[in-house]
Design a protein around this ligand. Structure first.
Ligand SMILES: [Zn+2]
Length: 162
């Protein structure tokens, strides 16, 4: 078991943070952006960047090659739908995607929007870590959090429209 401190200061003891989030044991700030049979999308609350979405599988798996056929289809569809919503609702022109298999969480893909201010931290992937740290350490202010929350709302509305 691991003890995780949430953004609201509470601590929870979980086996796997992704399991806790996708099963609803932990409610992410801003709530669920979209949920399907196999996947769950939410804002990464540790890093207050507008439109930064985490797409996590509901099954506790680690690697890409563990996905079933149905999960693969669901994943691709959802990833591209979220991407489209980021573009159309938030005007995001570029997104960085990454996921790593040696994680303590389970299978989840980060969709990190690229903003102008990020170029101060480097041109490409090398800027990613400094960008995330900058966001966590310097962007936890009321104004930015409001912006992050409104982006979550906009994405949620767009993606759950019938
Ligand atoms: Zn898990």
């Amino acid at each position: 078991m691991r003890i995780i401190t949430l953004s609201n200061g509470k601590t929870v003891e979980v086996e796997c943070l992704s399991c806790a989030l996708t099963s609803g044991v932990i409610e992410p700030d801003g709530g669920v952006v979209i949920e399907t049979e196999h996947f769950h999308a939410h804002q990464d609350v540790a890093y207050p960047i507008r439109g930064l979405i985490i797409l996590a599988s509901k099954r506790h798996i680690k690697c890409f090659d563990e996905l079933t056929e149905a999960e693969k289809v669901d994943y691709m569809n959802l990833l591209s739908r979220i991407r489209k919503a980021q573009r159309e609702v938030l005007g995001i022109e570029s997104v960085y995607y990454f996921y790593n298999e040696d994680t303590t969480h389970h299978f989840h893909t980060w969709m990190v929007p690229r903003y102008e201010w990020m170029y101060d931290f480097g041109r490409s992937v090398e800027s990613l870590r400094p960008v995330l740290l900058h966001a966590r350490n310097n962007m936890n202010n009321k104004e930015n959090l409001k912006d992050v929350m409104s982006a979550i709302e906009a994405l949620t509305e767009e993606l759950n429209e019938k």
